[in-house]
Design a protein around this ligand. Structure first.
Ligand code: ADP
Length: 266
């Protein structure tokens, strides 16, 4: 609990710092991109070398803009729009998107990568799992991110498995539905595992990883009163689990009331 609070404080401080830097950096990049466009208009089109260098510089600046946008989002996380969520239909609704994301055949640096398959057979597709209280859009983004990390951990290909499990309430807290994304990939050393929720920590090469995926997922799960847990060993694959608190009765009632009011106001 204490470690979790320390991590939350660290995330908040880093978020403020990152947001501030990203904001100023974004303005500088906008100025650089503007100047490059002017230069491209002025350079003689037949000077192929100059045009190529200008295009390279613009492409790098555009990538910088994407990165600063992600930093800004990290610094000012979207407030979660919490509502009762049926996990089975949500996960099965992502099937095609996940298969597409796993089927990439070349890495960012052009290296060929093996085929990844998806197994979600153990996830009930109906509404038989208890409802959880979460933000469906951000939950989908979190699951997509975990599957992409699983794929990246298996450069020779392999299977990504999604499982769900219901963990009953204890005296310490409510029941949870746990969604696990498991892979058969490279796994992590203890040192890596100790740092994965730190913003900007990445073991992927420059241009491949930002190190913002898991820290963003961690922040989101904390906003849902949930948790992220990891089991991994180098060479033995990884299991990343999202612990989502089961929806309480008053949250379902609240949601029903809000929907009824919205219908009445239409
Ligand atoms: P990024 O994917 O941009 O590196 P993340 O925050 O998503 O950022 O992940 C941080 C690091 O955690 C990764 O660089 C990698 O070292 C480690 N990691 C995350 N998921 C896995 C996984 N499934 N298997 C092995 N390592 C992982």
């Amino acid at each position: 609990m204490e470690a979790q609070l320390r991590q939350d404080d660290k995330m908040r401080a880093l978020g403020t710092l990152a947001g501030g830097i990203a904001h100023d950096f974004n303005n500088l990049l906008a100025a650089i991109l503007g100047s490059l466009e002017l230069l491209a208009d002025m350079a003689p089109p037949q000077d192929e070398m100059a045009m190529r260098l200008l295009e390279n510089a613009s492409e790098s600046a555009r990538r910088g803009t994407v990165l600063t946008r992600r930093l800004l989002e990290f610094g000012r996380p979207k407030s979660a729009s919490l509502q009762p969520v049926a996990l089975g239909p949500l996960i099965h609704g992502m099937h095609d998107l996940l298969v597409q994301s796993l089927s990439r055949r070349t890495a960012e640096d052009g290296r060929p990568i093996g085929r990844c398959t998806l197994n979600m057979a153990a996830v009930p597709s109906d509404r038989s799992l208890p409802l959880v209280y979460s933000d469906p859009g951000q939950l989908e983004m979190a699951l997509l991110n975990l599957c992409i990390n699983a794929r990246d951990a298996m450069p020779d290909g392999g299977c990504v498995t999604i499982e769900t499990q219901v963990v009953p309430a204890t005296t310490d807290g409510p029941a949870h539905v746990v969604v696990t994304v498991a892979d058969e990939g490279c796994g992590m050393s203890q040192e890596t595992m100790a740092r994965i929720f730190e913003p900007f920590f990445t073991t992927k090469g420059i241009g491949s990883g930002t190190g913002l995926g898991l820290s963003t997922i961690y922040g989101f799960l904390r906003r849902c009163n949930g948790d992220v847990r990891v089991q991994s060993a180098a060479g033995e694959g990884t299991r990343m689990s999202l612990w989502l608190p089961e929806c309480q009765k008053q949250e379902v009632l609240e949601q029903g009331r809000t929907a009824a009011v919205a219908r009445a106001l239409k």
